[in-house]
Design a protein around this ligand. Structure first.
Ligand code: NAP
Length: 243
């Protein structure tokens, strides 16, 4: 048995990762913070296709909740083989309009949440001297998009923590990599106005927005032994947008 914990898996990229990893043979833990019904639907879809798993409510920015989630996973399955640190939020605000609540929320979920989940999962993986962590970054970590100073700072932090965690955890057989998607068709980008969306589309050499499944395919590859010698890397997946 192999167990994968995917944070923010009630919809979007996390949902696609849960479905893909279940198809790869993992028992999946579908984490969410509010969307219980959606999380249950994801589990239902997985079970209908012959997979297995559980849903688990935990706000990743709350260390106590993260500890309780990892404990529940260990009590249920006895191991954690993969963590996909995916739960994230975005709120575009120009610097002049920057609100401290936005800053705190993005830092708490996109930075502290990743560190809490990685720490707690690694403490479980450490016993087996084997594990994989995949952090969801963004092309915004490398490409300047006006209005995203906070979001880009959080995703830049994800790239940096990926390298440092990779070095710290390599002696324990734990690999850590990141994926930096461009514009992916999920609810997260629903708020982009139509004219802006057209503009971004024109700037993508492959001529389309990404699909959550495009990201899940790369996450699946990073979790597999195909990438057994890869750690500390951030793979950009943006249809060429940042070229
Ligand atoms: P999404 O559709 O908005 O889904 C976000 C997921 O995160 C939901 O399942 C949500 O569940 C969960 N979540 C939010 N806050 C949470 C918290 N505090 N604790 C636990 N779960 C929480 O977003 P997405 O587009 O799939 O994005 C997923 C990741 O990819 C994010 O890290 C995002 O920054 C990154 N990304 C997305 C794009 C894109 O174009 N879509 C591009 C680059 C990077 P609840 O509703 O239950 O809170």
């Amino acid at each position: 048995m192999k167990v994968a914990v995917i944070t923010g898996a009630s919809r979007g990229i996390g949902r696609a990762c849960a479905i893909r990893l279940a198809a790869d043979g993992y028992t999946v833990v579908i984490n969410y913070s509010h969307s219980e019904e959606q999380a249950k639907e994801v589990l239902n879809d997985i079970e209908k296709s012959g997979g297995s798993g559980m849903t688990c409510r935990a706000d990743v920015s709350d260390l106590k909740a993260v500890k309780a989630m990892m404990r529940e996973v260990i009590n249920t399955y006895g191991q954690i083989d993969v963590l996909v640190n995916n739960a994230g939020v975005v709120k575009d605000e120009y610097l002049f309009m920057l609100n401290s609540d936005t800053l705190d929320r993005c830092m708490d979920i996109n930075v502290k949440g990743y560190l809490y989940c990685a720490q707690q999962a690694a403490l479980k993986m450490f016993r087996k001297k084997k594990g994989v962590i995949v952090n969801m970054s963004s092309v915004s970590s490398q490409m300047a998009i006006a209005g995203q100073s906070v979001y880009s700072a959080t995703k830049g932090a994800v790239n940096s923590m990926t390298r440092t965690m990779a070095k710290e955890l390599a002696p324990y057989g734990i690999r850590v990599n990141a994926v930096a998607p461009g514009f992916i068709e999920t609810e997260m980008i629903d708020s982009i106005p139509e004219d802006k969306r057209e503009e971004y589309l024109k700037a993508i050499p492959l001529g389309r927005l990404g699909k959550a499944e495009d990201v899940a395919n790369v996450v699946s590859m990073l979790c597999s032994d195909c990438c057994a010698y890869m750690t500390g890397q951030t793979l950009v997946l943006d249809g060429g947008l940042s070229l």
